[in-house]
Every structure is written in structure tokens, then in C-alpha cells.
Design a binder for this molecule. Structure first.
Ligand code: ATP
Length: 306
């Protein structure tokens, strides 16, 4: 019994860690199928994706019964458009993405994709429809080809190269002495933050999901890489329903909708222009980041929202 308990307990610890970071959770779910906190309903059906409209209706959520994290969160992301969420650290931004991926079930309200409640569809079909570019991409100790392709085992080398080209990392890869066979990860070549994000973008392109979650890195890349990554993400997000968890307002100024989250409540919503005109919390954050940017022209990354 104890022999069994120890590895299961160990897996549980890993599972919680990964869940928290949202890194590589797609793979982890395959590995730890039996350790899910949420289960498929007996009559769960595959998600039928049409345009992939996402809707959070009056969502209340707490991880633990004593502390409520989200309060009556209500918004929709029209099919094929981008919604960005901003707010101070701990306001609940990443929680929204965890709930959309159904890591947890909510206490009240509903979350739907094209009108189908997440609790009524199979988790496999839900997760197949969602691609994630996490804050910090974890690379496996394997080749760069494997790292791009692992989310789609049936992908051919040509598919992988096409995804790498589209993510603008192909030229970098072929410049390495071992090309696509280069070992990366902890024991191999260490990639920069921007290169790792490009690997994540290539993975996502290969998966070709209808819904994209982009969890922006808290620490800014240098401004050239940042702009390049932003441009690529814009291409990837084109025609996909996209949720961006943003830390720098400059990266989301052209989002179709921006939600401002404060202690688990949406306190403002609108486009960048509408929110500036409203002269509220968002306008203040914007002014603060712009002032910081002006001060730091030598190092133009805007500060976090904290
Ligand atoms: P950041 O910008 O720092 O990433 P965030 O707005 O994304 O913050 P969340 O990660 O959504 O914030 O966390 C919202 C709140 O939920 C925080 O107070 C956090 O401590 C709490 N929380 C997050 N994960 C868990 C968990 N697994 N169990 C209990 N509380 C949690």
C-alpha cells in the first residue's frame, strides 16, 4: 500500500505544481489522466466547435471554500476575436484561463463554448480545442524537433518545419550545428525567453486550436524580441478566439475587448480607447506605465501592473 502511495503522492505534487504554472499541462494531462480533480460526466459528448464563442456567465469560484476568488464574472469573447484581461497580481487573471481549460469546476454560473457547458463535454475534446502559449515554456530534454512536435504525435517533419517557419524560429534552428536534432532543455542548449516562446508558438500552430490562451510573461523580453513575438502572436490569433492574460498594457492596446479585473471582479470593460476615455482604473494604469516608459527610454519595458 505504502509502495503505491508514495509514487501517487509524488505525482500529485507534480500535478499541482504544473497546474499552477500552466506549463506543459496538455502533456501532463495525458500522463496523469487518473489524477484529475474534475471528471467527465457519464454522458459527456465531444465538444462541437463552430466559431468557438467563449462565454463566462455569472461565474463564482473559489479554490478553497474559505476564500472566494472570482465574483459574478460575466463576459463573452465573440468567435474569432481577442479579449485581454488586465489587473493587479492576484486579481484572478490566470484563474480565468485555468477555468476555461477546466482544471477546476466553478461553484456557480457557467462557462460555455459555442453554447456547450464545459461540464457537459469530454475533457479530451475541450483540451484539443484550446492551445496555450504559457508564461514560461518548459522544454523537454530532447531535440528541438520533438519539443515542437510532441503535442501532435502524428505530425510529419514537414509539418514541424512549416510550424517553425510560421513561428519565425526555423532560421535559428537550421543555424545550429545539429539543426532540428539539437538537444534542448536543462541538459541541452538553453534557449532564450523569446526563443522558448517561439517554440511554444510553433507547437500551438501545429495543434491548430480554435481557441488560444496567451499568458504573457511577467518579465519583459528585450523590446525587439517583445515586438517580434507580439507580431507573431497577432498572426496566430487571427481568426481564433483568444484570451490574453496581459501584464503590459502596450501589448494589448488593439484587443477587441479589455477586461479590468480587481479582486476577482470585472470593474471596467471596453476597448483601449473607450477605457482611456472613461478615465478610470485602466486609464490610471496606462498613465503609470507610460510614465515609467518615458523614464526608462534606455530600457523600454513597461513595469508590471503590481
Ligand atoms: P499574477 O498576475 O500574479 O499571475 P493573477 O491575477 O493571474 O496574478 P491568479 O493566479 O488567478 O492571479 O490568482 C488569484 C488568487 O487565487 C490569488 O490570491 C492566488 O493566491 C489564489 N490562488 C491561485 N491558485 C490557487 C490555488 N491552487 N489554491 C488556492 N488559491 C489559489
Amino acid at each position: 500500500m505504502i509502495q503505491l502511495y508514495v509514487p501517487l503522492n509524488f505525482l500529485g505534487v507534480i500535478y499541482r505544481e504544473i497546474k499552477q504554472s500552466m506549463a506543459d499541462m496538455e502533456r501532463l494531462f495525458q500522463l496523469l489522466e487518473q489524477h484529475r480533480e474534475v471528471a467527465d460526466a457519464p454522458d459527456a459528448k465531444p465538444l462541437a466547435v463552430r466559431g468557438a464563442e467563449v462565454r463566462f456567465s455569472h461565474v463564482n469560484f473559489s479554490y478553497e471554500s474559505k476564500r472566494q476568488i472570482l465574483f459574478d464574472v460575466d463576459f463573452s469573447i465573440p468567435a474569432g476575436t481577442t479579449t485581454a484581461v488586465v489587473g493587479h497580481s492576484g486579481s484572478g487573471k490566470s484563474t480565468l484561463s485555468r477555468l476555461l481549460y477546466r482544471f477546476y469546476d466553478i461553484q456557480s454560473g457557467s462557462i460555455t463554448i459555442d453554447g456547450q457547458d464545459l461540464r457537459d463535454v469530454t475533457q479530451a475534446s475541450l483540451r484539443a480545442a484550446i492551445g496555450i502559449v504559457p508564461q514560461d515554456t518548459v522544454l523537454f530534454n530532447d531535440t528541438i524537433e520533438y519539443n515542437i512536435g510532441y503535442g501532435k504525435p502524428e505530425a510529419s517533419k514537414d509539418d514541424i518545419v512549416a510550424a517553425a517557419r510560421a513561428a519565425h524560429i526555423h532560421d535559428f534552428i537550421v543555424s545550429l550545428p545539429d539543426g532540428y536534432a539539437t538537444m534542448v532543455g536543462e541538459r541541452g542548449l538553453k534557449l532564450s525567453g523569446g526563443e522558448k516562446q517561439r517554440v511554444a508558438i510553433a507547437r500551438t500552430l501545429l495543434k491548430n486550436p480554435s481557441i488560444l490562451i496567451f499568458d504573457e510573461a511577467t518579465s519583459a523580453l528585450d523590446s525587439k524580441s517583445e515586438q517580434a513575438i507580439q507580431a507573431q502572436l497577432k498572426e496566430v490569433a487571427q481568426d481564433r478566439t483568444t484570451l490574453v492574460i496581459a501584464h503590459r498594457l502596450s501589448t494589448i492596446a488593439d484587443a477587441g475587448q479589455i477586461l479590468v479585473l480587481d479582486h476577482g471582479r470585472i470593474i471596467e470593460r471596453g476597448t483601449h480607447g473607450q477605457l482611456l476615455a472613461a478615465d478610470g482604473a485602466y486609464a490610471q494604469m496606462w498613465a503609470r506605465q507610460q510614465a515609467h516608459r518615458d523614464e526608462q527610454t534606455a530600457s523600454p519595458a513597461a513595469p508590471d501592473l503590481d
